[in-house]
Design a protein around this ligand. Structure first.
Ligand SMILES: NC(=O)c1ccc[n+]([C@@H]2O[C@H](COP(=O)([O-])OP(=O)(O)OC[C@H]3O[C@@H](n4cnc5c(N)ncnc54)[C@H](OP(=O)(O)O)[C@@H]3O)[C@@H](O)[C@H]2O)c1
Length: 336
């Protein structure tokens, strides 16, 4: 089958619509009676769109849900409590583009002795043109990829996510799960430029989606490498189950920065044809809850279909290089 492209807003929207009509085999949603009582789940970017849908779904199953959000405190938490009927919902503030904020957030989880059963890295950003964060890094690179590396490095070292590799208790009988919300756009990305790693790239409105795909290629390559590193014994009986997915096209606030002229077209298209956050959260729920996904690692889903992520993202040499370049960048900045 010809490879679909996602390199501009129109091909990305079209591809999202075609994906929803695909007839490929799908996994079955987990029925509502399966409970997560006594479990703690963290969801980033849970105040809006998909993240809020995920938080509601997990809270409905009885999980203690920690919503890690930059904004929407406390209103979004109140919404999630009301819509799920659960009061085991709390919010912690974090700006994932800011290393100091990430540090404070991770300190809070460690100091409270939180142990996470599932961690969903959902937050993402699509600036309309290139922008830098306060550390001089390109925003999509920083939020869509680098923040995940920094947060996880802390959570794994601090034992907030149990694991053997970082010398914390292994829970091999009941492994914690780490889930990344990626995107099929990673398949259409230009390759990662390891010679100029982390250097801010300038882009305009016409190639924003292409660079969004690049940030998701970083993330997807990292997810595969993390899965290998946390589970040196291989895919079976994992110590930590590390999975990723593309939720498909979601009617969220993702296009909030789209140019004014495009919004009258995008808004009705998204409202009519894209999935609701509630529906789009079903595959995330599957990765968090299903027995199948608790016995393996490195799974990638595209909506309700399990498939492989792109060849480039699965290349162990690229994964190892990405890891070492990222560590180098973070050390230079005093973050590691
Ligand atoms: N929508 C789609 O069609 C689609 C398709 C494939 C993949 N995805 C992925 O799905 C995920 C969720 O996106 P969405 O569609 O639900 O969009 P959304 O409604 O815009 O939600 C994005 C979330 O990320 C948070 N976020 C952004 N920058 C942040 C920062 N610096 N620190 C902390 N949180 C930050 C936002 O918080 P604020 O509200 O405070 O900005 C918001 O909660 C993203 O990873 C996106 O790439 C979306």
């Amino acid at each position: 089958m010809a490879q679909r492209t996602h390199d501009n807003p129109f091909t990305a929207v079209l591809s999202g619509l075609l994906d929803q009509r695909s007839k490929e085999a799908r996994v079955t949603p987990i029925p509502p009676h399966v409970r997560l009582d006594g479990r703690t789940c963290l969801v980033t970017g849970a105040n809006s769109g998909l993240g809020k849908g995920i938080a509601i779904r997990l809270a409905k199953r009885g999980a203690h849900v920690i919503m890690a959000c930059r904004s929407g405190i406390p209103e979004a938490g109140e919404d999630v409590k009301r819509e799920s009927g659960s009061d085991k919902v709390e919010m912690i503030q974090v700006d994932l583009s800011d290393f100091e904020s990430i540090d404070r957030f991770c300190d809070e989880l460690r100091n409270r002795n939180v142990t996470l059963d599932a961690t969903v890295f959902n937050a993402g950003v699509v600036p309309v043109t290139s922008r830098k964060n306060k550390h001089g890094l390109e925003l999509m690179f920083a939020v869509n990829y680098l923040a995940k590396f920094v947060v996880l490095n802390r959570l794994l070292r601090d034992g907030v996510i149990s694991n053997a590799v970082y010398g914390n208790n292994s829970r091999a009988d009941d492994p914690p799960r780490v889930i990344f919300v990626s995107s099929e756009t990673h398949r259409s990305s230009i390759p990662i430029d390891f010679d100029h790693f982390g250097e801010p790239i300038e882009y305009g409105i016409s190639d924003g989606v292409k660079h969004y795909g690049l940030s998701k290629l970083h993330l997807t390559t990292y997810f595969q490498e993390l899965s290998r590193r946390l589970n040196p014994q291989g895919n079976a009986n994992p110590d930590v189950c590390v999975h990723a997915l593309c939720p498909g096209a979601v009617n969220s606030n993702m296009a909030r920065e789209a140019p004014t002229w495009m919004k009258p077209i995008l808004k009705p298209v998204m409202a009519l044809f894209f999935q609701s956050p509630e529906k789009a959260s079903i595959p995330v729920d599957y990765l968090v809850v299903s027995e199948e996904m608790g016995t393996k690692t490195g799974a990638y889903m595209h909506m309700m279909r399990v498939k492989e992520s792109s060849e480039a993202s699965m290349d162990p040499d690229k994964g190892a290089l990405l890891w070492s370049k990222t560590e180098e960048l973070l050390r230079e900045r005093g973050v590691l």
